[in-house]
Design a protein around this ligand. Sequence first.
Ligand code: HEC
Length: 152
Amino acid sequence: MKTAQALCILVVSALVGFVAPSAFADDIDELVEARQDNFKILGKNAKSLRKAFGGGEPDWRAIGASVAKMQQANTKVLDFFPPESAETFITTEAKPDIWDDFDDFTARQNTLTERLDAFAQAVARKDASASAKAFRSVGKACKNCHDKYKEE
Ligand code: HEC
């Protein structure tokens, strides 16, 4: 009985020792998955917007809703890139250069924020040509970061 108890304690302490660091790694993996899901929201809404400006009378309600979802997702982007998230077991397209020059990465993110704001303003005015133009410059801000910091 004594031996069984001792063994039990040994096993438990070994487990605790093992679980603690891996729980931390799990948190990072979850964060990276949440980061990718957040980008998927940007991608999905950008796709509907491409269609929305594809011709005909724009559906301003739908467009406004998509822009709002993009703005909402965009506010979270930088929080998903803590330095620890450079190491993950999740397949990621994030290049390590992000953390070598986080100021530049942040600047590219801020450009997107500004362009989304300008886009939202043009949409609020229901100005079709200004909105389509602003949407194209939003797309360029996505590409401007992906070209440098996202694997193909
Ligand atoms: C400041 C940099 C930056 C900006 C701006 C940016 N992205 Fe990304 N994006 C990334 C990085 C880095 C990844 C890779 C994330 C990963 O795999 O962990 C990514 C991944 C993605 C993905 C793939 C998600 C997946 O895993 O399936 C999509 C879709 C995407 N971005 C869309 C967009 C759109 C649309 C915009 C513009 C509205 C945008 N991104 C703006 C850096 C950026």
